[in-house]
Design a protein around this ligand. Structure first.
Ligand code: S3P
Length: 450
């Protein structure tokens, strides 16, 4: 359980150049899905490179509670002996998904078309987040959900005895909602169809196909139409989880804003539905190159080389790119502070319902460090101060959000004065080795407030 009961103040101060190799952990989205789909296949799914962050460990615990055998062999190597599609047992106790929206929403999808009941909860951040976006489509299969006001956790789902396949237009750009409906469709007879207007990360589609499900994806005038044939027999897989582009974003952006830096971040998944940040940084004039481009486990992968980039300029980030970099806007806004001119980020309403309201959280922290920020309901802009112009010196609230915490630690690496956060403990949800990895590159992050 990730309660983050004891806040851990942290400070990042300017150090020498960041140099060396940054081996970031496995992809969080693919790690969750590897455990979930492994739990639905019959036989042993072998996973290497699993992200051992709190979010994924909570999903591993949940899979055990639903009856799968999940074995940790150490160093990111795991085995899952699944129970088959429709084979979950009813858990004896409440399922605690900690800080993880992906964990809870995907698990709800999977169990919702099985004849079992489960109650879900999470930490203070997760228990504020909207669940109706998932339980509304799950109701179409016949699933009942009772939660707190506003469709919030804790919440009980009564899985349906006789699921029917559904056709669903996802109303928000969300891979979690899309995936929950597809995973529910696994145990419904017939074809479940999910339509998304904008492409969101497609790991579920790729992995369902990899596990042997019949799934097609068509680009039509209506949007991306995904058709899944229910009740397949999923085949266990051997999965090498690529390293997480969302985690790579932190050492990459740190190198861009810290004078003299040259950092290599090897083996990063560059699925086009995830790589929007790197395109944006290159458009801003970042010295960021892809080396050794290749394919691993069905995903495009490359080694990223990022060097100090004092000539970056602010840009308008195309709203159509938002889904492919939705988790990276916080750290992009930090880079924008070190660029010259304004960076405009529009079409990003979803940022308001993440682990925190990320527009609000970043705007507060940036302002506390002397940066000018404008914001509206679904947009925000940051006025760059140039490569040497960020004063820093502020203390920022991380609002139980790992990406807010890490973004401000990156800011302190390039700013004139140190930058502090009230609580760095949420970093362990997605990037448990963040401090040591950044420290090995030359960063100065200390567990204290200045
Ligand atoms: C995720 C989808 C995104 C993303 C989250 C991981 C996933 O959320 O922000 O960190 O693995 O499907 P939404 O689906 O809510 O956009």
């Amino acid at each position: 359980m990730s309660t983050h009961a004891t806040p851990m103040p942290m400070t990042s101060r300017r150090a020498g150049p960041l140099t060396g190799v940054a081996e970031v952990p496995g992809d969080k989205s693919i790690s969750h899905r590897s455990l979930l789909l492994g739990a639905l296949a019959i036989g042993e799914t072998k996973i290497s490179g699993l992200l051992e962050g709190e979010d994924v460990l909570d999903t591993a615990k949940a899979m055990r509670a639903f009856g799968a055998e999940v074995i940790d062999h150490g160093k990111g190597n795991w085995s899952v002996f699944g129970v088959g599609v429709g084979g979950f047992q009813e858990p004896d106790n409440v399922i605690d998904c900690g800080n993880s929206g992906t964990g809870v929403r995907l698990i709800m999808g999977v169990m919702s078309t099985m004849p079992i009941t489960a109650t879900f909860t999470g930490d203070a951040s997760l228990n504020k987040r909207p669940m109706a976006r998932v339980t509304d489509p799950l109701a179409l299969f016949g699933t009942q959900a009772v939660g707190r006001s506003g469709g919030r956790l804790p919440m009980t789902l009564v899985g349906t005895q006789e699921p029917v396949p559904v056709r669903y237009n996802v109303p928000v750009p969300s891979a979690q909602v899309k995936s929950a409906v597809l995973f529910a469709g696994l145990n419904a007879p017939g074809k479940t169809v999910v339509i998304e207007k904008e492409a969101t990360r497609d790991h579920s589609e790729r992995m369902l196909a990899g596990f042997g499900a019949e799934i097609t994806v068509e680009d039509t005038d209506e949007g991306r139409v995904i058709t899944l044939t229910g009740q397949p027999e999923l085949q266990p897989q051997t999965i090498a989880v690529p390293r997480d582009p969302s985690s790579a974003a932190f050492p990459v952006c740190a190198a861009l804003v810290t004078p003299g830096s040259d950092v290599l971040v090897p083996g990063i998944g560059l699925n086009p539905t995830r790589a929007g940040l790197f395109t944006t940084l290159r458009e801003m004039g970042a010295d960021l190159t892809y080396e050794n481009e290749r394919e691993e486990g069905g995903e495009p992968v490359a080694d990223l080389r990022a060097k100090y980039s004092p000539n970056m300029t602010g840009i308008e980030v195309p709203p159509a790119r938002a889904a492919s970099m939705i988790d990276e806007y916080p750290v992009l806004s930090v880079v924008a502070a070190f660029a010259t001119g304004k960076t405009m980020m529009a079409g990003v309403k979803e940022l308001r319902v993440k682990e925190s309201d990320r527009i609000d959280a970043m705007a507060r922290g940036l302002r506390a460090n002397g940066i000018s920020v404008d914001e509206g309901d679904d947009w925000w802009s940051v006025e760059g101060c140039g490569p040497d112009g960020v004063t820093g010196g502020g203390t920022c609230e991380s609002f139980l959000d790992h990406r807010i915490a890490m973004s401000f630690m990156v800011m302190g690496m390039g700013s004139q004065k140190p930058v502090s956060i009230d609580d760095g403990s949420p970093i362990a949800t997605s990037f448990p080795i963040f401090e040591s990895l950044m420290g090995n590159l030359g960063a100065h992050i200390l567990r204290e407030n200045v």
